[in-house]
Design a protein around this ligand. Structure first.
Ligand SMILES: Nc1ncnc2c1ncn2[C@@H]1O[C@H](COP(=O)(O)OP(=O)(O)OP(=O)(O)O)[C@@H](O)[C@H]1O
Length: 363
């Protein structure tokens, strides 16, 4: 049984459809991320689950209960906002205690619960401070403690790390994930940061204009993107036009400018291609991650080498990034380990070998 279920939810503002017949199910204890660029509808979806936005059509279930029209405060959800939304005139202790006081817990139980959660987020020594006397990371931990102290059934987090500096953001990922695992609390996390999504989530729904483009595990989304949008958004793959392709059992030959690339076959793509009436060239591109291009100085190494020219070489310490141009003028970015660097300069000819992990993706 799903802990959270959205069934064909729709949200429109005027004539503009923001969420378009979207369905998803989140399992109990799952860390589920809504990922996508600004404006794709992540916050709207999260607020539908919280009860701040009522869908124009469709249902929201929490457990077995239809909560589509249930008031936000009756939904057993805790929310952490991007700007923390702490009470500036209350101490850390009182901020965290707020939800318990509203729920009429005894002051003794409030003391115990608040002290326990403040210790867990390493803020016990700061409980008498006001939010204005805390760093961004500390404020974020107060917001997290305040959401968790009421032991909500569901934790909803809207870009909770985006106001922190890069180092703190990475530390807080671990804190959130640890607390979530400890309490086995079903969590929906909104972010536009692909690295955050990959490193924290059990599953990710990649959104595109109010629809789910791909719903998958982090590994699935990174290594088996189905669309050019997913391949580009997660890990910024090179997208290469194809001129033809032939599936030969476990391997597929893909013709691109200058040569033929051999990749692993994907049954999903093959089945889609068989069912699709459109021309293959218009429907698919080859998605190639920078780490899946190997730069050779001679073509002899493989019958599937593709000629190219170096546009520029950028040394980055542990790796070297090359920009290379195919015979049709398309450019690709390729990463090589510093130890394997062929040390080619702009204008020099090279040959590219592509790893079998490269994929055909829907345009
Ligand atoms: N009250 C509103 N009235 C009209 N349009 C709105 C309203 N709220 C949101 N929108 C629009 O709905 C779309 C989705 O907004 P939403 O906040 O869900 O996106 P998001 O993916 O969370 O973006 P961001 O990462 O920038 O927060 C946007 O185009 C936004 O302008």
């Amino acid at each position: 049984m799903a802990e959270i279920k959205l069934s064909n939810v729709v949200k429109k503002y005027g004539d503009v459809t923001i969420i378009d017949q979207l369905s998803l199910a989140v399992a109990h204890g799952e860390f589920f991320t809504l990922l996508g660029p600004s404006g794709c509808g992540k916050t709207t979806l999260l607020r539908m689950i919280a009860g701040f936005i009522i869908p124009d059509a469709g249902q929201v279930h929490i457990g077995e209960k239809d909560v589509t029209h249930l008031a936000a405060h009756k939904r057993e959800t805790g929310m952490v906002f991007q700007d923390y939304a702490l009470f500036p005139d209350k101490t850390v202790f009182d901020n965290v205690a707020y939800g318990l006081r509203v729920r009429k817990f005894s002051s003794q139980l409030i003391d115990t619960k608040v002290d326990r959660i403040l210790q867990r987020v390493e803020l016990a020594h700061l409980k008498k401070r006001y939010p204005g006397e805390l760093s961004g990371g500390q404020r974020q931990r107060v917001a997290l403690a305040r959401a968790l102290v009421i032991e909500p059934r569901i934790l909803l987090m809207d870009e909770p790390l985006s106001n922190l500096d890069a180092k703190l953001r990475i530390q807080m990922r671990d804190v959130i994930r640890e607390l979530q695992q400890e309490a086995k609390i079903t969590t929906i996390f909104v972010t536009h940061d692909q690295e955050e999504a990959l490193s924290m989530s059990d599953r990710i729904a990649l959104l595109r204009s109010g629809r789910i483009d791909q719903l998958d595990t982090p590994e699935g989304l990174y290594s088996r993107p189905l669309t050019a949008y997913a391949a580009d958004f997660i890990g910024g793959a090179n997208l290469i036009p194809i001129t033809d392709w032939t599936s030969r059992g476990t391997q597929t030959e893909v013709a691109i400018a200058g040569g033929v690339v051999l990749i692993d076959s994907d049954p999903t793509i093959t089945a889609h291609a068989q069912a699709s009436a459109k021309s293959l060239q218009a429907t698919y591109q080859l998605a190639v991650r920078a780490e899946h291009i190997h730069i050779q100085t001679a073509s002899k190494t493989s019958t599937h080498s593709v000629p190219a020219h170096v546009v520029f070489r950028r040394y980055l310490g542990f790796k070297v990034t090359y920009c290379v141009k195919l015979v049709d003028g398309n450019t690709l970015m390729a990463d090589v380990a510093a130890a394997d660097d062929p040390r080619k300069q702009a204008g020099e000819a090279v040959f590219l070998n592509f790893s079998p992990e490269c994929r055909l993706v829907l345009v």
